[in-house]
Design a protein around this ligand. Structure first.
Ligand SMILES: Cc1cc2nc3c(=O)[nH]c(=O)nc-3n(C[C@H](O)[C@H](O)[C@H](O)COP(=O)(O)OP(=O)(O)OC[C@H]3O[C@@H](n4cnc5c(N)ncnc54)[C@H](O)[C@@H]3O)c2cc1C
Length: 380
């Protein structure tokens, strides 16, 4: 079998890259994924999309991706509602230092055209009345942030890419990449061999291992993050509520359930995707501190997934030092919402076109000089 390009990973990044390449005329695109579609981080995520970031690149990735989501249904000609609901994100400030940093973030965001704004405590309580006023000082808010269904969004890209001729093989693992004299020759899966000179690494939590198959060292690691969903109730909370200091994100999704998650207390670098009673206990404490009205909600299910993290919590979207080996990884907790731009930008790089935005700051080589790298602090 021959392919013009092989994409390893058919999560949201892989399907978006495949769609964008095919849309621009590339033929013979083959995607391999060793799981079911959305079996990786994509199907385990919190379904949040926001533009309120602290670095210019993350703000731009999010803003332009949200512009895509606003018309994704039409562009991808998808037959179902992708459940994109722009009901905002409200990020609470807990300390004076946080408040100061958030004001600086708003200046950056507004300069890039993101309609975020500062809220006093009373203004925040007007939007989310059940916030515990003893647990925060003030907030920032962006009305065009929101929620998007990751299963439907991935499926929409998948169908659009298939219509353009992309071939998908789920449940098929890439086990080796043959490289001779700095040129990719072949991709070997557990079912076949594919002759190709171009490979995209969109392997999510396993991006580092897939890099190693090609002899490319990628400075990313995977970290277990857990999340839960409650029983559905009548609508009571429009925006996603986040606190970095309290360590929580919490939103009510369109069918009424609350989804909430937090970062681990002692993060380990591994591929653990389990979920524990300790998480449930910590999550319950955090949620009822900030949002006491949720105390009586019953939890339906909890699960874990991998954040694939880069050293500065901004994604890696670039070629690598191996010609023809391209990277889309290191998204931390924001790869779902960045996927439209991930696909567009990486396809432009692969097709040797000028990129829609300048993305030298997302190049894997940036970590050779960490002093010049901006670090994203607005993460849970
Ligand atoms: C608990 C949690 C909450 C999150 N919340 C949000 C959120 O609210 N908003 C947001 O934007 N992001 C969120 N994220 C992050 C987001 O889920 C990820 O950044 C994003 O889904 C990454 O997509 P991906 O396609 O790059 O990776 P994945 O979805 O992980 O897809 C990669 C695929 O590659 C496959 N693969 C790996 N190795 C191989 C191989 N050798 N051969 C073949 N296939 C292989 C994997 O099986 C997997 O299916 C969250 C993540 C977690 C874990």
């Amino acid at each position: 079998m021959k392919a013009d390009i092989v994409i390893i990973g058919g999560g949201i990044s892989g399907v978006s890259i495949a769609y964008n390449l095919a849309k621009q005329g590339m033929k013979n695109i083959v995607v391999f994924d060793d799981n079911y579609m959305t079996g990786g981080a994509t199907g385990r995520c919190g379904a949040g999309v926001r533009q309120q970031w602290g670095t210019k690149m993350n703000c731009l990735m999010a803003k332009k991706s949200i512009e895509f989501f606003e018309q994704a249904q039409e562009e991808l000609n998808y037959h179902r509602d992708i459940e994109f609901k722009q009901k905002g994100y409200l990020i609470v400030a807990v300390t004076q230092e946080e408040e100061q940093k958030f004001k600086e973030n708003i200046t950056l965001q507004n300069a890039l055209g993101i309609p975020s704004r500062f809220l006093t405590q009373d203004e925040a309580l007007d939007i989310v009345p059940h916030l515990n006023k003893d647990a925060f000082l003030s907030a920032t808010y962006c009305p065009t942030d929101g929620h998007l269904n990751p299963f439907l969004m991935t499926d929409a890209y998948y169908h659009a890419a298939k219509k353009l001729g992309v071939t998908f093989h789920y449940y098929e693992k890439v086990i080796d990449i043959v490289v001779e004299n700095q040129q990719i020759k072949e991709v070997i899966t557990d079912k076949r061999r594919v002759k190709t000179h171009k490979v995209v690494n969109a392997a999510g939590g396993y991006a580092k291992e897939v890099g190693e198959l090609a002899g490319v060292d990628i400075p990313v690691y995977s970290e277990n993050h857990q999340i839960l969903v409650t029983e559905p109730i009548e609508p009571m909370q429009d925006p996603m509520v986040i606190s970095f200091a309290h360590n929580i994100y919490c939103q009510q999704v369109p069918h009424g359930a609350f989804i909430m998650g937090r970062s681990p207390n002692n993060p380990q670098h591994n591929h653990d995707m389990s979920s524990s009673w300790q998480f449930l206990e910590e999550m319950a404490k955090t949620a009822t501190t900030l949002l006491p009205a949720l105390a009586d909600l019953r939890v339906i299910r909890q699960w874990g997934g991998s954040y694939n993290c880069s050293p500065d919590r901004q994604p890696i979207i670039s070629e690598s030092n191996l010609p023809g080996f391209y990277l889309a990884c290191g998204f931390s907790g924001h790869g779902f919402m960045f996927a439209p731009m991930t696909g567009l930008l990486l396809s432009e790089i692969i097709l040797n076109k000028p990129t829609t935005i300048d993305i030298k700051d997302l190049h894997v080589n940036r970590f050779e000089n960490m002093e010049k790298t901006e670090y994203e602090t607005s993460v849970v």
